[in-house]
Design a protein around this ligand. Structure first.
Ligand SMILES: Cc1ncc(COP(=O)(O)O)c(C=O)c1O
Length: 394
């Protein structure tokens, strides 16, 4: 170890709890319900092969050259066209995954000690992305319908202490799987506009609905009061690292400058390939196949939970889309402490604590139903129930 003096912000950078757990689960025979990896059989390999060939044959060296920071124009247009409100392609910034959008937004909106509001619990990766700016993250109370608007107003702060942003995931939230109702969306947008707090809407899972599409995005209701983030990771493939944000025109140039400083631009080849793949009605044909698979997997997990957790004081969410559900252990039990007992029985999950900005509920944990097969889900949930029983007996 050197004796270098590190920046204060380096101390705020924590290893991802999920990556640490993935190390633990890297042993043969373990069934991991921990990671948030999309099911690889949904990646459209043939469409990508064809698109790569087309891009090289058609665009040649241009596909391998430096490109503009805003993003590949046809992809920006396609994103604007996909969204259910009037979006000017000039408001679309293509980012290196939507994770980069979080980083850019943090750089533009947050100072050290800026107040920022998040859901309880919230996406761990957002807390990590904002952490280097050293904000004060304040958890807003939330229920099954999403963030509680009264608590949002109570925690908004005033004057110099007014929250610089509120980060929200209205659809099939990571980690809980819950979705904000129409009424809650309308109330939150109205309150945020009244208080002048920008809403940062993160929507990587919105297309992965099972029964019916979720209500309209927050941003559609007040485009000048929101920054919207989306991603191709969950509807095509995450390895391409293609995400995007849509920002009001007044703030867009600052986000663009932050992007230029960060990485000049998102890989142009990948952008062209995605633009090629999604031409026409590709997503309209492809996404329903992902929905159908994930819905079956969710049903398998819910049935296994009903069966295996009977008699245990355990509760869980019933997501209407997305990739995750959220489980609450019996009173007095700690999910972090349960993990080694579960890993001994060859099942892994993510403990809930790192998803909380403020007080954590140590009884919670996140399960993904999309990467393991149905047979593995059955085995894993039975093993998890055994681990809970063993832990309860001390
Ligand atoms: C809520 C949420 N936002 C953003 C991301 C980042 O996704 P990507 O950078 O692949 O677009 C994820 C990834 O799991 C996520 O769950």
């Amino acid at each position: 170890m050197t004796n270098w003096t590190l920046a204060a912000r380096a101390a705020k950078m924590n290893p991802s709890a999920i990556r640490e757990i993935l190390k633990l689960t890297d042993k043969p025979g373990i069934i991991s319900l921990a990671g948030g990896l999309p099911a690889p059989q949904t990646f459209p390999l043939d469409a990508f092969t064809a698109a790569c060939n087309t891009v090289m044959a058609r665009d040649g060296a241009a596909a391998l050259q430096y490109a503009t920071s805003e993003g590949f124009a046809p992809l920006r247009r396609a994103v604007a066209d996909m969204l259910p409100w009037a979006v000017d392609p000039d408001q679309v910034l293509i980012t290196t995954g939507s994770q980069q959008a979080l980083d850019l937004i943090g750089k533009v909106l947050l100072d050290k000690d800026s107040r920022m509001l998040v859901e309880t619990p919230t996406y761990l990766g957002a807390l990590q992305a904002f952490a280097p700016q050293e904000p004060i993250a304040v958890g807003v109370a939330s229920d099954d319908d999403g963030i509680l608007v009264d608590d949002f107003a109570a925690k908004a702060g005033t004057g110099a202490d007014k929250a610089r942003l509120a980060y929200v995931l209205p659809n099939f939230q990571n980690p809980t799987g819950r979705t904000m109702t129409e009424a809650r969306r309308a109330a939150l947008v109205a309150k945020a506009a009244e208080l002048g707090i920008p809403l940062i809407e993160d929507n990587p899972y919105g297309e992965l609905w099972f029964g019916e599409a979720p209500p309209a995005p927050l941003t559609a209701r007040n485009p000048d009061g929101c920054i919207y983030m989306g991603s191709f990771s969950k509807v095509l493939a995450p390895g391409l690292r293609i995400g995007f944000l849509v920002a009001p025109k007044a703030i867009y140039p600052k986000l663009l400058q932050a992007k230029q400083a960060a990485d000049l631009h998102t890989p142009g080849f990948n952008q062209r390939v995605v633009a090629e793949v999604i031409q026409g009605d590709f997503l309209a044909r492809h996404v329903p196949t992902i929905r159908a698979l994930y819905q079956r997997q969710r049903d398998t997990m819910l049935a296994a939970l009903e069966r295996e957790m009977a008699g245990l004081d355990v509760t869980w969410t019933r997501p209407a889309g997305g990739m995750f559900l959220w489980l609450r252990l019996p009173a007095g039990m700690d999910a972090q402490a349960l993990l080694p007992t579960a890993v001994e029985r060859n099942v892994a999950f993510v403990p809930g604590a790192p998803f909380y900005a403020t007080e954590a509920d140590a009884r919670t944990l996140r399960l993904s139903y999309v990467t393991a097969s149905s047979a593995q889900i059955d085995t894993a949930i039975a093993a998890l129930a055994e681990a809970i029983r063993a832990q309860a007996q001390g």
